[in-house]
Design a protein around this ligand. Structure first.
Ligand code: MEV
Length: 442
């Protein structure tokens, strides 16, 4: 078997079928692998072509469950929320929180701002005072040169909002930055921002080349790179739930509503002082956010990167959510940056992303920010509620039972019996294996 042998140049030029066969040779049983991977191809070849073209060297599709969290009330409006996630308990946890808060006024959400950032990183060896003096003219030039490009976005209410010159020469010799703020309306805007920034780079070079009163060596500017920033603290959404503490009665059978609310707050406060806990706490938030972001064809890496940077804004990595208990009102709030789109990119290309948006009522990007953040808070609430009461393993392992049964190749009848048997018992891999063996012995 040609195990891990170097693949010679030109792999990307091969036909899909050839790539698949070549890769299958890296497995014990190539024939079966080809069959298996092909079984995940879309039955409609036109649809499959679409997926093939999303990315380079596609040989098959990788399935992840597409689930629904029904009846999520946000600002008094009911949403049926699509969630794409492989972790067994996430949709169940989000739905449980949505039900709990649906009975207590629902989720409240507001978009704080939608400004996104792009950067032109450049080097210039002249006097910084001169650069500052030239900057108003530079700005004018950059805006004029991108006017054609931004016209449509301006008509839709967006465009370039603001541009500033930043001096980093005390840290890197001759290094400056032009930081630009954009409003990209309902599109995530990566292509729009990056195209404008690349034009800025060319225009900046042209501008300096034309400064005949500058010495020859200062008519050159080094464009190091131009790219959007995934740090989007000003593209931010806030979502919260609140209720009198007495309405938290019954969550913990040993504690009053007020006592439980205090315990819940303590658990969230811990995530404010300890980055080890904060990382897990925020991961639980992104369980919900990512699932919606993926279901709607948005970029979850960008959303997560921005969130983790925001979580570190006070100089230490902290919880993104917080609890207050003023006047016996429990308020649980999440504030996160989130650059999302509901038009353009994969949102309109991926057939299921399109359907997700339709199911959500074709929201604006701002509305989608509120929905995704809500599911983050919902998952966060359920996770902390489980952790501070019966622990997460009970619920988690119940959901995981199906995975264990599948792994152990249980028959339908065995699955049914096992689900019944483990209803009131702790689920573990060993426990399930023993139970299945006991069934076989019988
Ligand atoms: C598991 O995916 C997420 C949790 O660990 C989050 C948390 O600890 O808050 C349950």
């Amino acid at each position: 078997m040609a195990y891990r042998e170097h693949i010679k140049k030109g792999f990307s030029k091969l036909l899909k079928e050839e790539k698949l066969k070549l890769i299958a040779n890296y497995f014990e049983n190539p024939g079966e692998v080809v069959k298996l991977l092909k079984s995940y191809w879309h039955s409609d070849s036109k649809q499959q072509e679409l997926f093939d073209e999303f990315s380079e060297n596609t040989i098959t599709n990788f399935f992840i469950p597409y689930g629904i969290s029904p009846n999520v009330t946000i600002n008094g409006k009911n949403y049926i929320v699509p969630m794409v996630i492989e972790e067994s308990s996430v949709v169940a946890a989000a739905s449980a929180a949505a039900k709990f808060w649906g009975e207590r006024g629902g989720f409240h959400a507001e978009v704080i701002d939608v400004r996104k950032v792009g950067q032109v990183h450049f080097g210039w060896s002249g006097d910084k005072a001169k650069l500052q003096e030239l900057f108003p003219q530079i700005k004018e030039r950059l805006l004029a040169d991108t006017a054609g490009m931004t016209e449509k976005m301006v008509k839709r209410g967006g465009g370039i909002l603001n541009m500033e010159l930043l001096d980093f020469t005390d840290q890197i010799e001759d290094y400056y930055q032009i930081r630009v703020q954009f409003n990209t309306c309902d599109s995530m805007g990566a292509n729009f921002i990056n195209s404008a920034l690349e034009q800025f780079g060319h225009s900046l070079q042209d501008f300096f080349a034309e400064q005949k009163d500058l010495p020859e060596e200062l008519r050159k500017v080094e464009i190091i790179m131009t790219i959007l920033s995934n740090n989007t603290p000003d593209c931010r959404v806030k979502v919260w739930v609140e209720c009198p503490v007495k309405k938290m009665e019954g969550i913990d059978e040993h504690l009053s509503g007020a006592e439980y609310a205090k315990k819940f707050k303590k658990a969230v406060d811990i995530a404010h002082i300890d980055p080890y806990r904060a990382t897990t706490h925020n991961k639980g938030i992104y369980n919900g956010i990512d699932a919606v972001v993926i279901a709607t064809g948005n970029d979850f890496r960008a959303v997560e990167a921005a969130g983790h940077t925001y979580a570190s804004r006070n100089g230490r990595y902290e919880s993104l959510s917080s609890v207050t208990l003023d006047n016996d009102i429990f308020r649980f709030e999440l504030e996160v940056p989130m650059a999302l789109g509901t038009v353009g990119g994969l949102t309109s290309l991926h057939p299921l992303a399109k359907k997700s948006l339709e199911l959500l009522g074709n929201p604006t990007a701002s509305e989608l920010m509120m929905v995704a953040a809500t599911m983050g808070l919902a998952n966060n609430f359920s996770a902390v509620r489980s952790l501070t009461t019966k622990g997460i393993q009970a619920g988690h392992m119940k959901m995981h039972l199906n995975n264990i049964l599948n792994q152990l190749q249980a028959t339908e009848e065995e699955k049914r019996k096992a689900r019944e048997y483990f209803k009131d018992k702790t689920v573990s891999f060993d426990g399930v294996e023993k139970y299945l063996n006991s069934l076989k012995d019988k």
